[in-house]
Design a protein around this ligand. Structure first.
Ligand code: NAP
Ligand code: HSE
Length: 436
């Protein structure tokens, strides 16, 4: 039986899962493929480190893997932008097919790498870069290629979804829920990228680029994290029929695109409201297909390795069908024209229409509600729901707006903060999933 050799860059959480699947599912894959996938050289930072899997050939020089003439497919699971981006580029230029799980590389350098792949007739697959083990990249790129996607709503970060689930179910404050996520190994020792929304923003940029044939980078994504969400917000949300989720939202509007990551109130009856714990989900609305949801484990060794090895099989099938990549010098690769894409402008968030939940600490006195309502009206922001609870001389005033321009909502909040009767704008959370 023909063999194809897989060179591995990185053997941490995901890489060790890839090694296990290549071994444990090797016979099944060989039967499906008509060829055997064998593990070639593996690059790690510390070759002396104890690992759960046996590695035949270990090196601390990833360039040896990329340049090895026996390697047919390079799998990049190092993480971070560099040296991963340069190594993927070198592999493509050397005429190798590449599979990566790296959202940072694909979100920041996807078009450059895709151009290098096209130039040499190489494959570049990255299913695991968004939502880990959940197949969403291939369905969006291939299965929905005949449709027109209008909106993508995603729960793309398992750590924050776990934290919000514990805050909702057990009333934990944010710091305690974060500590629990770290104890269970969901959150990194430095959880900033998860908690501040940057991890979800990189994934949102990748999904939006595919959904709308646009060039979206993480810098284009309006990004807010969950650190300011309080048990009070969650209790108010529950009473009004919502749960709080960190959503990635990409939508097409009048030929332009907006992409944002922020906490959102989602109606209880929306399918995303029931995506709990560390699970991920992507809810896509297309003109022809209607609504679709992709759901599963967005992280973890074997779920993520499942997506990576699936990509390796895709690439192996192409190789066996005769799709041999050619080695191309860098100078030539960079002059290759990109296929023309409809240029869709990425619109600033301020111009997008959103519903908002606003929680105000106000003085409980005659005329206060009227002055607050007037301030919303002055900025053409229409109020959908008002709820007030007095507590002596002060009160909490909770409002949900109809859909209004984000910029107008911000101008309203600035004026509210200047009112003597408004002690604080305690929370502002957008509402998504339906006009309610
Ligand atoms: P990880 O556990 O930190 O493993 C990284 C591996 O790369 C380690 O084996 C490390 O070597 C090696 N490495 C790092 N820099 C290197 C360098 N300069 N030269 C040689 N080796 C180097 O990371 P991971 O969690 O497996 O994540 C890998 C990628 O998959 C990332 O892009 C991540 O975003 C993506 N991903 C991860 C998950 C997940 O659940 N973990 C889910 C989806 C996508 P040592 O072992 O010697 O330190
Ligand atoms: N830190 C990520 C998460 C891992 O919590 O979802 C997968 O990218």
């Amino acid at each position: 039986m023909e063999t194809l050799t897989v060179g591995l860059l990185g053997c941490g959480t995901v890489g060790s899962g890839v090694v296990r699947l290549l071994r444990e599912h090797g016979d099944d894959i060989a039967a499906r493929l008509g060829a055997r996938l064998v593990l070639g050289p593996v690059a790690v930072r510390d070759p002396g480190k104890h690992r759960d899997v046996d590695l035949p050939l270990v090196t601390d020089d990833p360039r040896k893997v990329v340049a090895d003439p026996d390697v047919d497919i390079v799998v990049e699971v190092l993480g971070g932008l560099e040296p991963a981006r340069s190594l993927v580029l070198e592999a493509l230029e050397a005429g190798k097919h590449v599979v990566t799980a790296n959202k940072v590389v694909m979100a920041n350098a996807g078009p450059e790498l895709a151009a290098a792949a096209r130039a040499g007739g190489a494959r570049l697959e990255y299913e695991a870069a968004v939502a880990g083990g959940v197949p969403v990249i291939k369905p969006m790129r291939e299965s929905l290629a005949g449709d027109r996607v209008r909106k993508v709503l995603g729960i793309l970060n398992g750590t924050t979804n776990y934290i919000l689930t514990r805050m909702t179910d057990d009333g934990l404050p944010f710091p305690a829920a974060l500590a629990e996520a770290q104890r269970l190994g969901y959150a990194e020792a430095d959880p900033t990228a998860d908690v501040e929304g940057h991890d979800a923003a990189a994934k949102a940029a990748i999904l939006a680029s595919i959904a709308f044939d646009a060039r979206v980078t993480p810098a284009d994504v309006h990004t807010e994290g969950i650190a300011r969400i309080t048990p009070t917000d969650i209790a108010h949300a529950r009473r009004m029929g919502f749960v709080v989720k960190l959503l990635a939202i990409a939508e097409e509007d009048g030929g332009e695109v907006t992409v944002r990551v922020h906490p959102a109130l989602v109606p209880h009856e929306h399918p995303l409201a029931n995506v709990r714990d560390a699970y991920n989900a992507v809810f896509v609305t297309g003109d022809a297909a209607g609504s679709l949801m992709f759901y599963g484990r967005g992280a973890g060794s074997l779920p993520t390795a499942s997506a990576v090895v699936g990509d390796v099989v895709t690439v192996a099938r192409a190789l066996l069908a005769g799709e041999r990549a050619r080695s191309r010098p860098a100078s030539e690769v960079h002059t290759m024209p990109a296929p023309t894409l409809p240029v869709r402008r990425v619109r600033p968030f301020e111009t997008t229409s959103v519903q908002s939940y606003v929680l105000l600490d106000v003085v409980d006195a005659p005329g206060v509600l009227a002055s607050v309502a007037a301030t919303f009206g002055e900025h053409a922001v229409s109020i959908r729901t008002v709820w007030q609870e007095g507590a002596g001389e002060t009160a909490q005033l909770l409002l949900i707006t109809h859909a209004a321009r984000e910029g107008d909502v911000r101008a309203t909040l600035a004026d509210l903060r200047a009112l003597d009767t408004v002690r604080a704008v305690a929370s502002v959370i957008r509402v998504e999933g339906a006009e309610v």
